[in-house]
Ligand binder design. Structure first.
Ligand code: ADP
Ligand code: NI
Length: 217
């Protein structure tokens, strides 16, 4: 199969698999990441085939929905790509990106081995910040039955994936534990610029949120 056809088939597969997901990893998240990834890849001169496949397949076996088993995603991606005759170099590259992608806590590293990995990680992280990021975060908090905000529970910067993953803090804390850290962790110049504006928007949201909380606005 030609590359364009394989990409279209991957999009159809993922759309069917994730449609109606309500916890932040729905098809629309994938579509936004795919679009972000395509425009960053074009600016950064990255391999479009690897970037697009990794963007499309990056959340199909998300660890949070498979009892913490991080091998599910890459395994499902490999199986799909092998069934669609994707060459082994590409399969390995895409699976490595999917494995390395996820944010694992403030004190953990987010190194990506290749330009294509950096592009996909930036694209995924752009969708975790700004207006969309705010919406996804509260949707996730609701899905997990978390308090929206609790002035008595202070944010913690987690230095291990275990601690980060298992925390049940109120949703607003997640801004300090992850969202506000992302702009300084963008790899590409293209994403850094976009992140700046989205970051500013989150700062303004929080300011307004606290003012309303205290009945000051
Ligand atoms: P990614 O797809 O970037 O790896 P995650 O799987 O960590 O993101 O999270 C998916 C969505 O859920 C993101 O928008 C993220 O900010 C949000 N989320 C993850 N953990 C929490 C949490 N503890 N509280 C609120 N939102 C969260
Ligand atoms: Ni994602």
């Amino acid at each position: 199969m030609q590359k364009e056809e394989t990409i279209a088939a991957a999009a159809t597969y993922v759309r069917n698999l994730l449609s109606g997901e309500g916890s932040g990893h729905d098809w629309w998240h994938i579509l936004r990441v795919w679009n972000n990834a395509k425009s960053i890849a074009a600016q950064e001169d990255a391999d479009r085939y690897v970037v697009e496949l990794a963007a499309l397949l990056h959340d199909i076996g998300d660890h949070k929905f498979h009892n913490g088993d991080e091998t599910v995603g890459p395994r499902m991606a490999r199986e799909w790509m092998e069934q669609h005759a994707v060459d082994e170099d590409t399969v390995q590259h895409v699976c490595q990106i999917i494995r390395d992608l996820s944010f694992k806590g403030a004190g953990t590293s987010s190194a990506m081995a290749t330009l294509e990995g950096r592009v996909v990680q930036d694209a995924d992280r752009l969708d975790a910040i700004g207006a969309i990021g705010i919406a996804r975060t509260f949707a996730y908090g609701g899905h997990k039955s978390r308090e929206m905000y609790n002035p008595g529970i202070k944010p913690v910067l987690h230095d291990s994936f275990e601690a980060y993953k298992n925390n049940t803090a109120p949703t607003v804390n997640h801004f300090y534990e992850k969202l506000l850290l992302l702009k300084d962790r963008m790899h590409t110049e293209t994403a850094k610029e976009l992140a700046q504006q989205r970051h500013q928007y989150m700062e303004e949201f929080l300011e307004q949120f606290y003012a309303e909380w205290d009945g000051k606005r």
